[in-house]
Ligand binder design. Structure first.
Ligand code: SF4
Ligand code: SF4
Length: 705
């Protein structure tokens, strides 16, 4: 009787403590700014719950720790039944769950997962203590170990409680279904009935007390994710992966005192508060971050943890003030320090290339880029505080419509080719209303010398394939990606609205571009401003032309080729197949993947507006990627992005490896093969004089670079 009374009191205390903390945490989430995250695409939401939460798909990107976590996660799901049984047994000897509580397969499943969880825990210890992966640097590793001890305790005590019950004869399942518990029962075989009962009580209470303590402890620890991750995945943005959060600005009526983005804690949205609570401190994001891995201060895990700690520091006072009334709350808000640089250094915010590796890696769908861009928006538009070298790119975009600051008429220079090439006649869209596609050249293609050759080659390929296409010429403007990712949303909005108007005026439906940033912005972000276009990246378009037999590469180019996936294609848009299809379809190519490719590609360092910022700390991101390419067995690194082209070309030159490796856009390689005039410069550089061969042996003409 006394046992039942004590357990009832403990249960009520635990439920009370849990409810108190839950109310507090919900209050913290409510401190965040409003954001519409109402689930609409229920098919996707269901899939996310099944695949990301129950299937642990993102954790399984790291096979061994993923499987170990899967054991523990599913163990808790199944062993929820043993928890009910344990508490029931305190109140009634031989308790079983109604209907299913004596069903052998359930007992077997419980046994199986007790063992699986124990394997998961031991594996977790080996990884943490033995391997000590760098991704845990900065995490609360002691706290994680306490949790592992607690779970280990829960498993051992459930096993011996079940063993004792078997030995006493009131185990609800047939022991033949539960070999592990049956084995544990042998520990009691030499004891008398009373001793067995005593041990049963000890293990049962031990088990119950750990669970009660665990329930309260997790709400104050990083293991809060056990409770919040399902919700965090449920409320993940339904935007396309590559699209930033929309922010419509009334440009005409912008005032001096207007504030934008996230300057203080409560400017972050409620979902960003939930992100903070959900971080498991697993460090998967940090292990993938190009900034952190090249010695920069930005660490996406620490960024989220810093915001969370700040929320926990100021949350209680803010909640209390909120209860007092609007005046007290307004006064409490005044005490909040600015997020930058007080909580997070400015440098951290500017280091991000928006590559998306962190978001891709995060097992609980935390959206780091949203946090960073919101803080950039505040720094640029409210504080006017940003790296000084950004200024000219922003001014240029605002005044000339491109970061290079070139006049609109210069956008057509590439059509003239080099001195050895024929000029291309390409109609303006107004002269070709029946054009199949609009070729969106992009600023890098129009103004950067290396990339002028790429757009020339791609246009030549379209002509060879008899594609009816047209360009906008001087009417094209920057798509706005650099401005938006630098935090200058009003410049982005201005450029986006202008481009959408131009494209709609010419009734453009289908666009093809050589730039993943143009592709991503126009395809994923222009719909936020009412611009709906079919947009294709040129690698996909070329693959389609080859499939349709409109382009037939026949000349052997004799190159060992690898491909550097641009983040804005592969990771943000799942676009990577076309480039490989084209390269592998070119005769004389020996193709090999880089270590990090596809979804797991490594940034070139130019994204997120970093193209126009100095890299002052650590190893340069482009050099890190260049080194990876140089370590491959290839002599050519193919690219599908003008910025990657620049960054890798510069990297190879900086490494003094121009004789060892060349950077070539996929279009250039294809044109070389089709025109039977692949270059021999790699061979010449290597001194082996090897030649390339077309079927007609013609070694003249073709693209020059
Ligand atoms: S987007 Fe890329 S650079 Fe930015 S924090 Fe994430 S991993 Fe790091
Ligand atoms: S943000 Fe995500 S990936 Fe990074 S440590 Fe937290 S849970 Fe892990």
């Amino acid at each position: 009787m006394i046992e039942k009374a004590v357990m009832t009191v403990l249960l009520l205390l635990t439920i009370g403590a849990f409810a108190f903390r839950a109310k507090q945490l919900v209050g913290y989430i409510g401190l965040g700014a409003e954001e519409d995250r109402k689930p609409r695409d229920w098919k996707r939401k269901l899939k996310d719950q099944l695949v990301v939460v129950l299937g642990q798909r993102k954790l399984l990107q790291w096979t061994v720790p993923g499987v170990l976590h899967l054991f523990i996660f599913w163990g808790f799901m199944v062993l929820f039944t043993t928890i009910i049984e344990a508490f029931g047994a305190v109140y009634q000897t031989g308790f079983h769950i109604p209907l299913i509580g004596k069903w052998g397969p359930l007992g077997a499943l419980q046994d199986l997962f007790v063992v699986a969880v124990l394997i998961g825990i031991i594996g977790g210890f080996i990884i943490r203590r033995g391997q000590q992966p760098g991704r845990y640097k900065g995490s609360h590793t002691k706290e994680a170990e306490y949790i592992l001890y607690a779970i280990f305790g829960i498993m051992i005590t459930i096993l011996f409680t079940r063993g004792a019950e078997i030995s006493l004869g009131y185990f609800p399942y047939d022991p033949a279904w539960t070999p592990a518990s049956n084995l544990a029962s042998k520990a009691f075989s030499s004891l008398g009935h009373e001793a067995r009962e005593a041990w049963d009580t000890v293990f049962l209470w031990w088990h119950s007390l750990i669970i009660l303590a665990f329930l309260v402890y997790i709400t104050y620890s990083k293991h809060l994710h056990i409770i919040t991750s399902g919700a965090n995945v449920l409320f993940v943005s339904e935007r396309p992966k590559g699209a930033l959060k929309p922010m419509h600005i009334d440009i005409e009526n912008m005032g001096e005192d207007d504030t934008f983005g996230a300057g203080k804690l409560t400017d972050l949205t409620w979902k960003q508060m939930l992100d903070g609570m959900t971080c498991t401190e697993c460090g998967r994001c940090q292990s993938q971050c190009p900034a952190w891995n090249t010695g920069k201060p930005l660490n996406p895990k620490l960024l989220i943890m810093d915001i969370r700690d700040h929320m926990f520091d100021y949350g209680p006072a803010l909640l209390a003030a909120k209860q007092e009334g609007p005046e007290a709350y307004a006064a409490a808000l005044e005490t909040l320090p600015p997020l930058n640089p007080e909580i997070i250094e400015d440098e951290v915010i500017w280091d991000c290339t928006t590559c998306g590796a962190c978001v891709q890696a995060c097992p609980v769908d935390i959206e780091h880029i949203d946090h960073i861009i919101d803080m950039r928006r505040n720094l640029v538009m409210t504080e006017s505080r940003f790296p000084r070298e950004m200024q000219s790119a922003l001014n240029n975009m605002e005044t000339t419509g491109n970061p290079w600051g070139q006049p609109p008429q210069a956008r057509l220079e590439w059509t003239q080719g080099t001195s050895k090439q024929e000029a291309l006649e390409i109609p303006h869209i107004s002269e070709a209303p029946d054009a199949e596609v609009l070729f969106w050249v992009g600023c890098a293609g129009a103004f950067d010398d290396r990339n002028k050759k790429v757009v020339y080659d791609f246009a030549k390929l379209m002509q060879l394939a008899n594609v009816k296409f047209a360009i906008l010429g001087g009417e094209e403007s920057c798509n706005g990606d650099p401005a938006r990712r630098m935090g200058a949303e009003y410049i982005y909005q201005m450029l986006a609205e202008q481009n959408i108007e131009t494209l709609n005026n010419y009734k453009v439906k289908k666009i093809v571009t050589i730039c993943p940033h143009c592709f991503n912005t126009m395809f994923n972000e222009y719909p936020q401003f009412g611009g709906y276009f079919e947009v294709m990246h040129h690698t996909e378009y070329l693959a389609e032309l080859m499939r349709d037999g409109r382009l037939k590469p026949e000349g052997e180019i004799n190159r060992k080729v690898t491909y550097h996936d641009p983040c804005y294609n592969a990771r943000h848009n799942d676009v990577w197949k076309g480039a490989r299809e084209v390269i592998e379809g070119i005769p004389g190519t020996e193709y090999g993947e880089l270590k990090r490719h596809g979804h797991s590609t490594f940034c070139c360092g130019a994204g997120g507006g970093r193209m126009w910022m100095e890299e002052r700390m650590g190893k340069k991101v482009n050099i890190e990627r260049t080194d990876e390419a140089l370590a491959s067995a290839s002599d050519t690194v193919a690219v599908g992005c003008p910025f990657c082209n620049i960054m890798l070309s510069d990297g190879i030159t900086e490494r003094g490896a121009d004789d060892q490796m060349q950077v070539k856009d996929v279009a250039t390689l294809l044109l070389q093969s089709i025109e039977f005039h692949p270059e021999s410069s790699v061979a010449a550089g290597n001194g082996n004089g090897s030649e390339t061969h077309g079927r007609n042996g013609n070694g003249s003409n073709g693209s020059e670079d």
